[in-house]
Design a binder for this molecule. Structure first.
Ligand SMILES: Cc1cc2nc3c(=O)[nH]c(=O)nc-3n(C[C@H](O)[C@H](O)[C@H](O)COP(=O)(O)OP(=O)(O)OC[C@H]3O[C@@H](n4cnc5c(N)ncnc54)[C@H](O)[C@@H]3O)c2cc1C
Length: 306
């Protein structure tokens, strides 16, 4: 069986693309490692039209159900590890060694979380070090935690953790936040959150689990901060694996696409957080929008070759 389109990624961009593909009757499948994508980790989404307040997980369950109701074949928990050209088509090879053949590809693989790049990071992962407050906050009931970062993810994570933990240190690299004002105000008015500006994490310490961190600059005459947990919320970046295999043109690792979401390679489109479009405003709504535009463009292309 040869698909007309395989969408790689089951986040907002990929699933929206699938909704449009089903409506256009494009023979397609969605393959995504994490069902719902990155937003499934968000505790609260308050900027998606029609949803005043919803968890990222609930929002994505709704969008996935919508795609499935329209008949989409969605394979989650599957990772594409290799893409090869096969005549005019592509072979997509999964980690479990399944091979899927398709005429066209939509890359909607989003981004992955940035790490601190400290040598001890692996040692403490799951032992005090975490990358997702929504997933792990409950382990820090009445404990002292830190959050690293100054954007929306860090601000919302600090707020969520403040509902559970006894105290939250928010460690910000610069002298100001770069998130939405509404979150900044909530953080600054929250008595459980103590903001440490112009600082960073230099070292993680602890016998078998994280017990303290060394800050890069002294804070209150001491560079050692005792805490039970540290949440790293310093943004995300694209995974280069498939981009490099396909030889796609990038700008700062993001795929360069035209206004129809076409990449430099024939038969390959890209949508969502992984692209340079939407003025770099990487949100659910812009990912959905790019997914819709991409499918419209793919449909037009398929019509030409009928
Ligand atoms: C903590 C947090 C809070 C956020 N809050 C908001 C918010 O309130 N409002 C908002 O609009 N945005 C928010 N965002 C941003 C939002 O999550 C992203 O803009 C959005 O998820 C991008 O969607 P996407 O489909 O492009 O990529 P993603 O959601 O990242 O989905 C990518 C998909 O591709 C899959 N994938 C990747 N590589 C492969 C591979 N090789 N093979 C198979 N599958 C693969 C992934 O598993 C996943 O299914 C938040 C982000 C974070 C981290």
């Amino acid at each position: 069986m040869i698909y007309d389109l395989i969408i790689i990624g089951a986040g907002p961009a990929g699933l929206t693309a699938s909704i449009y593909a089903s409506r256009y009757k494009i023979n397609h499948a969605v393959i995504g490692e994490v069902p719902g994508g990155l937003i499934s980790e968000a505790h609260n989404v308050c900027n998606f039209p029609g949803e005043i307040e919803i968890s990222g997980f609930d929002l994505m369950t709704k969008i996935q159900t919508h795609a499935q109701k329209l008949g989409a074949e969605i394979m989650t928990m599957e990772k594409i590890s290799k893409i090869e050209q096969k005549d005019d088509n592509f072979n997509l090879i999964t980690e479990s060694k399944k091979i899927l053949e398709t005429k066209n590809i939509l890359l909607a693989t989003g981004t992955k979380r940035r790490q601190l790049n400290l040598p001890e990071e692996k040692k403490y992962l799951g032992k005090g070090l975490a990358y997702c407050a929504t997933c792990d906050a409950m382990f820090y009931k009445n404990k002292i935690v830190g959050v690293v970062g100054g954007g929306n993810s860090a601000l919302t994570s600090a707020l969520y953790l403040s509902e559970v933990a006894e105290k939250v240190y928010l460690i910000v690299k610069g002298s100001e936040f770069n998130g939405e004002m509404v979150w900044v105000e909530h953080v600054l008015n929250n008595k459980k959150i103590e903001v440490i500006f112009d600082n960073g994490v230099e070292k993680l310490n602890g016998e078998n689990k994280l017990e303290s961190i060394d800050l890069s600059v002294d804070y209150q005459n001491n560079n050692n901060l005792k805490l039970d947990g540290l949440f790293v919320e310093i943004g995300t970046e694209p995974d280069k694996l498939l981009i490099e295999q396909l030889g796609l043109i990038t700008d700062k690792n993001y795929i360069v696409v035209d206004k129809e979401q076409k990449t430099n390679r024939s038969g390959v489109w890209a949508a969502g957080d992984i692209t340079t479009n939407s003025a770099g405003f990487r949100q659910v709504i812009t990912a959905c929008s790019e997914g819709a535009v991409a499918t419209f463009s793919i449909f037009s292309e398929l019509q030409k070759h009928k």
